[in-house]
Design a protein around this ligand. Sequence first.
Ligand SMILES: Nc1ncnc2c1ncn2[C@@H]1O[C@H](COP(=O)(O)OP(=O)(O)OP(=O)(O)O)[C@@H](O)[C@H]1O
Length: 249
Amino acid sequence: MAGMSVVLCMDHVSFSHAGRIVLHDLSFGIRAGEMTALLGHNGAGKTTLLRLLLGLARPGAGQVLLEGQPMQAWSRREVARRIAYVPQGHVPLFPYSVRDIVGMGRLAETPFAPGLHRHDRDEVTHALHALGIIHLADRPYTELSGGERQAALLARALAQGARTLILDEPETGLDYGQKQRLYALLQKLATQGHAIVATTHDPLAAARVFDRAIALRQGRIMADGPAADVLEPSMLERLYAPRETSIQE
Ligand SMILES: Nc1ncnc2c1ncn2[C@@H]1O[C@H](COP(=O)(O)OP(=O)(O)OP(=O)(O)O)[C@@H](O)[C@H]1O
């Protein structure tokens, strides 16, 4: 969309797992203020693509650019200040409180401090308010519902100060009401200028909620454009068709 700044982009990126090419020559930009859904069949390459965007994997060819600079030019800490990751089905080993989990988002700022500084604690409280979960602050994270956990992880991402949020199938396990609240939250964050990228297996919800959709099939971009246009029935049929059928790829 015109006027939106590109914060993260892939420039002719290819990637192989164990000698097999799983992503082929991908180029696109992720823009501030935009919600981008990433869709494709199981094994299409979505998780691999997220790992490249997060700087956790390096392309075999091409490059990933963060704010115009190659990903490898940034330190992990600098990346963490700019990009937050909300993983799927995150369960910590210990029953940390929600406030502690959200506080972990501040570690990019004060990695070796024994405790959080006052300013960091204020940021945590601010993030808990922003997500509407201040009432959960002292509850053990392990006892939360799926929707409450997603909200806590989003609060951690906000506390991290990152303007780009990358989410892996965030609606998994959420009931209808929780999903609607999650989408409303993501839309609010996008309105405030965050770039949102989420993988999803729910094209109907994505068409309604997201601005843009990137459709991935067998490691190639099949379509990239306004979500409602990309995720129309004939495209979905081709996107999720069994791979034995004769599709031109
Ligand atoms: N560590 C690995 N070693 C070898 N091959 C891998 C590895 N991780 C993923 N792959 C392969 O890379 C391809 C893309 O996998 P990826 O996990 O990115 O797909 P996905 O679109 O996220 O799938 P899903 O929707 O099932 O989560 C698949 O063919 C997968 O088998």
